[in-house]
Design a protein around this ligand. Structure first.
Ligand code: AMP
Ligand code: GLY
Length: 439
């Protein structure tokens, strides 16, 4: 198989790394990729949202399967264009990717199919008078979200009506979210514990991959600004077998049926961000792709041939490959970021200590270093080139997650660059006593 992976972060590095382990794979191309990915795949200078360019490359290079990492190419219709030319693609069509690209659509979809989520209302720029009136009577805290794609940053939690009105001014008048803020969703604030659940599907059959918990805030103790994600671990014990059953029955199955009934072809990953409270999960968000950094812990735990599984999904014949197996292990990933992220930061810093993590050693030690944003200089050294630079993953077979956490931090301590920042409490919340179950 000749595979094209779209994207260039640590998630795509983890995807390429897992694909590379498949005996069926003859060549992996990754567009645009990064310097770490270039060690295991051929990187291609191509913009993933440029649908015509992607299609042209796939046809010219006789690509057997396209795997879409991030959401933007899916929202731009890359799966539709490839499908039309009968090129198998792992990733949903544009009208199904709306689950992520429009929060108003996602909320209305959940309402249509009776999927548990926070109560909400949708307002457009034109409905500002009604919206302000609504904010007078709503319960606080309330959550205001931009409808469109905002890289995980389009959410404002408002404690009072004054904060709500201020948020509205920011979105509609100062347009802090640009086009993404033409419409907003106002929703009930949910308390509880968040988890990420990944369903892999051909649109009809599905199975779950390992559950995970992300760490979205920049500082220890879940403080400070939201980021793309500073670390993750899997599996997440907080997602009990009972919750998994409830999520399948009340969320995943109605969602897949709803997508089918509405003619929205979904072949790929359905990422369900849930809030768990009182022993029940409700949907915080749907994403139409793997999470990053969750992919860096979920994929190393997958016991199977990823190329075979992805192709079967893309061709609508997943059933014979079920169930999808997981290694009886845990995984932890620590994101090493540039100082200042998620605000402004320096790039071009030299990274040292990476040489020790060649692929052979990695596997022996249960360590994998996935590059999020690196490039090579003319002396062959790795330089930082973005906010989330590396995801350092450890896989461990000990029962206690703490061993895996220690292994991941040991690997992190061997790598350095100027201003390297990482959280020191990744995985700690796994040991917190879960919320008591009240009626
Ligand atoms: P989203 O982009 O919708 O995933 O929101 C980003 C983050 O904001 C989530 O991961 C939650 O931590 C938080 N959030 C979003 N919606 C809610 C809600 N209704 N209640 C509580 N927290 C929320
Ligand atoms: N880690 C959160 C996300 O990928 O959306």
């Amino acid at each position: 198989m000749r595979i094209l992976v779209l994207g260039g972060g640590a998630r795509e590095h983890a995807i390429c790394w897992k694909l590379k382990q498949s005996p069926r794979v003859a060549a992996i191309f990754c567009a645009p990729g990064n310097a770490g990915i270039a060690n295991i795949a051929e990187t291609v200078e191509l913009i993933p949202t440029d649908v015509k360019a992607v299609l042209g490359f796939a046809m010219r290079e006789r690509i057997d399967l396209v795997v879409v990492g991030p959401e933007a190419p899916l929202a731009a219709g890359v799966a539709d264009a490839l499908d039309k030319e009968h090129i198998p693609v792992f990733g949903p069509r544009k009208n199904a990717a709306l689950l992520e690209s429009s929060k108003a659509f996602a909320k209305e979809f959940m309402q249509r199919h009776d999927i548990p989520t926070a109560r909400y209302a949708v307002f457009s720029f034109e409905d500002q008078v009604e919206c302000r009136a609504f904010l007078r009577h709503v319960n606080y805290p309330a959550v205001i979200k931009a409808d469109g794609l905002a890289a995980g940053k389009g959410v404002i939690i408002c404690e009072t009506e004054a904060e709500g009105t201020h948020a509205l001014d920011e979105i509609f008048t100062h347009r802090i979210f640009g086009e993404a803020g033409q419409r907003i969703v106002i929703e009930e604030y949910m308390t509880g514990d968040e988890a990420s659940i990944f369903a892999i599907t051909d649109g009809i059959d599905y199975d779950l991959l390992a559950t995970a918990q992300d760490h979205k805030r920049i500082f220890d103790g879940d403080r400070g600004k939201n980021t793309g994600g500073m670390g993750a671990y899997a599996p997440a014990a907080i997602v009990t077998p009972e919750i998994i059953e409830q999520v399948k029955r009340e969320i995943i199955e109605p969602a897949l049926k709803g997508l089918r009934d509405e003619g929205r072809i979904y072949r790929g990953i359905l990422y369900i961000g849930v809030m768990i409270a009182n022993g029940r999960a409700r949907v915080v968000e749907f994403n139409v792709r793997f999470g990053d950094p969750e992919a860096e812990v979920v994929l190393p735990l997958l016991d199977g041939d990823l190329a075979e599984i992805f192709l079967a999904c893309a061709e609508g014949r997943l059933a014979p490959l079920l169930p999808i197996k997981q290694f009886p292990a845990s995984a932890v990933t620590i994101v090493m970021a540039s100082q200042g992220y998620p605000d402004s930061y320096q790039t071009g810093e030299v990274i040292t200590g990476l040489d020790d993590f060649d692929q052979k050693k990695e596997i022996e030690q249960g360590i994998a270093v996935f590059h999020g944003a690196t490039k090579l200089d003319d002396r062959g050294r790795f330089l930082t080139s973005g906010g989330r630079v590396l995801s350092v993953t450890a896989v461990g077979y000990e029962e206690d997650l703490r061993h895996t956490i220690t292994a991941a931090y040991n690997a992190v301590s061997q790598i350095s660059f100027n201003g390297a920042y990482y959280r020191s409490d990744i995985g700690k919340k796994a040991h917190r006593t879960p919320e008591p179950r009240t009626a």
